[in-house]
Design a protein around this ligand. Sequence first.
Ligand SMILES: Cc1cc2nc3c(=O)[nH]c(=O)nc-3n(C[C@H](O)[C@H](O)[C@H](O)COP(=O)(O)O)c2cc1C
Length: 211
Amino acid sequence: MEVDEAIVSRASVKKFADRDVPKELIEKCLELAVWAPNHRLTEPWRFRVVTDRGRDAIADVIREQLASDSSRVDQTEGTANAETKGLFSGPLQFTATVKSSIAAEQVRRKIMSAPVLIVVYSLRAVDETLTRENFAATAAAVQNLLLGAHHLGLAAIWRTADYFAGDKARAFLQIPAEADFVAAVYLGFPDQRETTRKRTPAQQWTVWFQH
Ligand SMILES: Cc1cc2nc3c(=O)[nH]c(=O)nc-3n(C[C@H](O)[C@H](O)[C@H](O)COP(=O)(O)O)c2cc1C
């Protein structure tokens, strides 16, 4: 596949076949990711590959994360406050704790929908400019990963979600506090037809200066 064809035909995929991805293919995607440009060769990307039962484990960690976040909300609002807001007055009105439990199940379903989850973080640097450069380099690495996966017949989607930035997810994934969450890449063999994708021609966003 030529590079231009790979770029244009890559598409985000949300439905994956119930089929494991050989480890060598995942490793190949990551090897392509690290060829992204990175200023000062800081190699700021950190990848955490979660497969098989690891997905259950990270889903459990996220459930804990959401529960502890929500118990803080419930404590802050207080029962009296909740009563005045009518939170307990009907079947469709929930406390933050109940909402977190529902959210945790949705997250678990999302995580289990793909055989492979690659969580990507970017190391911070000594100042904001370098940290931004690191983040940009890591984003480029994620695009390499997506293109590599596509080239290898795999499908992927780049997702963002606050819970991967949370303390519990970081601790589980062995990510230092001095790193920013960049992407959760869900990876697998595709189980959906091609989607229609649209882009505005670049010309519309481009200004040329030719003196
Ligand atoms: C930084 C970033 C975050 C994204 N987060 C999500 C997400 O949380 N959920 C989702 O469904 N798609 C997410 N996407 C995928 C985009 O929705 C997708 O790339 C866009 O719809 C264009 O479709 P395409 O990738 O098929 O060209 C994200 C993409 C990027 C670059």
